[in-house]
Design a protein around this ligand. Structure first.
Ligand code: AMP
Ligand code: MG
Length: 428
């Protein structure tokens, strides 16, 4: 999996964009170069949540398997209902959920029926019990005009039709899909194997939890945010700890990661001021390009693939700043990892919401501001940005419930202007 074209391709772009690669272009390059992994496994429904469906699921049965009632009431023949007055029908039996009425219903007759019960032969309509009058053990009266023929009847195969695709490969399975599989009687399903992702932090100033914090040092927080984001994507994680800022340590870590993982995510050491050996080491191991992206936060990023002992892995060298690592993960690595997992990524839904904050913004780069989405006094959605937007201020990320995406050509935002927002959590 060597792509000499990645380096060549990106250097040809650099001539056109000497200062910074626009976000959309960088995203396209990443999405184009990654390939889905092979490897399928069979799991039970209980293990399938969040996994990527490896093959289309074709319905082995129709759901529902029979026409049935949508209401508790009385099943009847619509043509028996009188157009100009109440209709009294003789009750000849009952149809319960799971226990069908065995006979045939003739004209002038009806059957007591419960929700989900199979429609008795001869009946095409259900009148809800609360719309009837004078119901006794033997007869019921339906007032004029309360139902039309076909009302309150669910059709066979209305939910899923036998032989038709019910779920498409590449879908990341959600709770509804588990229920849908069960409704088809399928207890096991083929999913892609989990993507193995190795990750480590780089920096001599980083201290691990439990260490004393010497002057000028910080605790390594990126490995924990990466752990959270990768776990939510459903990856198998290989935590490689903190790696010192020296070429031998970096090379050893990258080699060890490459032989175990499908993808490697590092943080730190890729900015312009960082020691040049990062580039040398990464370039020595494979086909890696170093980008300055037209975005804030998170300008520097390395992307490519490396090889070691006949194994290869995609590499994302993310910036070190705690907010930048999250933003570059969400807007570059996330979709690429989903593609590697075999998923068909859906575009991130953007909401357009009025901003309560004025935001200064220069055209010519994409900005990701941390926002708080809420409702105003009239109940309409509004967004404001969290306080300090510095790329090292992780609190801004923890306080936020969304990202305000200010697009490449967009300028400053006035109060009340509509802005695009990506919400962090939907119904999880
Ligand atoms: P770098 O990209 O390596 O130049 O790092 C940029 C900034 O991010 C520096 O202030 C680092 O101390 C900080 N930083 C880098 N890695 C981490 C990390 N894993 N956890 C917390 N801060 C970090
Ligand atoms: Mg560093």
């Amino acid at each position: 999996m060597n792509h000499p074209t990645l380096t060549q391709f990106v250097s040809s772009l650099a001539d056109n964009a000497p200062n910074a690669l626009p976000v959309a272009q960088a995203q396209r390059i990443v999405q184009t170069f990654v390939q889905p992994i092979d490897g399928v496994e069979t799991v039970t429904i209980w293990q399938a949540l969040g996994r990527v469906l490896a093959a289309d699921v074709v319905s082995p049965i129709s759901v529902p398997a029979h026409d049935n009632s949508a209401m508790d009431g009385y099943a009847l023949q619509g043509c028996d209902l009188l157009p100009d007055g109440p209709t009294t029908l003789a009750m000849v039996g009952a149809a319960l959920a799971g226990r069908a009425f065995e006979g045939t219903v003739a004209h002038g007759e009806c059957v007591r029926i419960m929700t989900g019960a199979v429609m008795p032969v001869g009946c095409d309509t259900v009148v809800p019990q609360e719309l009837t009058v004078q119901a006794t053990e033997t007869a019921v009266t339906v007032p004029q005009g309360v139902v039309r023929t076909g009302d309150n009847r669910r059709h066979k195969g209305e939910d899923l039709q036998e032989g038709r695709p019910a779920l498409t490969r590449g879908k990341v399975l959600r709770p509804a899909d588990l229920g849908l599989l069960a409704s088809l009687g399928l207890g096991q399903i083929q999913v892609k194997r989990r993507l193995r992702v190795a990750f480590f932090s780089t920096g001599d100033e980083l201290r691990s939890l439990g260490d004393t914090l010497d002057a000028g040092c910080v605790y390594d927080s990126n490995r924990y945010t990466l752990f959270g984001m990768l776990t939510r994507l459903g990856c198998e994680l290989i935590d490689m700890g903190v790696v010192k800022d020296d070429p031998a340590s970096l090379e050893a870590a990258l080699r060890a990661a490459c032989v175990q993982a499908d993808a490697i995510i590092t943080s730190g050491g890729v900015s312009v001021g960082a020691a040049d050996y990062t580039k040398d080491v990464m370039a020595k191991l494979g086909d890696v390009t170093f980008w300055t992206i037209g975005m804030r936060p998170g300008r520097p990023m390395a992307f490519g693939s490396i090889a070691c002992d006949g194994k290869s892995a995609y590499l994302f060298g993310l910036p070190g700043n705690p907010v930048a690592v999250m933003v570059t993960f969400y807007f570059f690595a996330r979709e690429a990892l989903l593609r590697m997992m075999g998923a068909t990524p859906q575009p991130l839904p953007l909401l357009r919401v009025p901003s309560q904050s004025p935001i200064r913004k220069k055209a010519g780069r994409t900005e990701y501001q941390r926002g708080i989405l809420s409702t105003d006094s009239q109940g309409n959605p509004v967004v404001r940005i969290t306080g300090s937007q510095g790329s090292g201020v992780l609190r801004s990320m923890a306080e936020a419930n969304c990202m305000v995406v200010l697009h490449h050509m967009q300028g400053s935002v006035n109060v009340g202007d509509l802005v695009d927002v990506v919400v962090f959590d939907g119904l999880v």
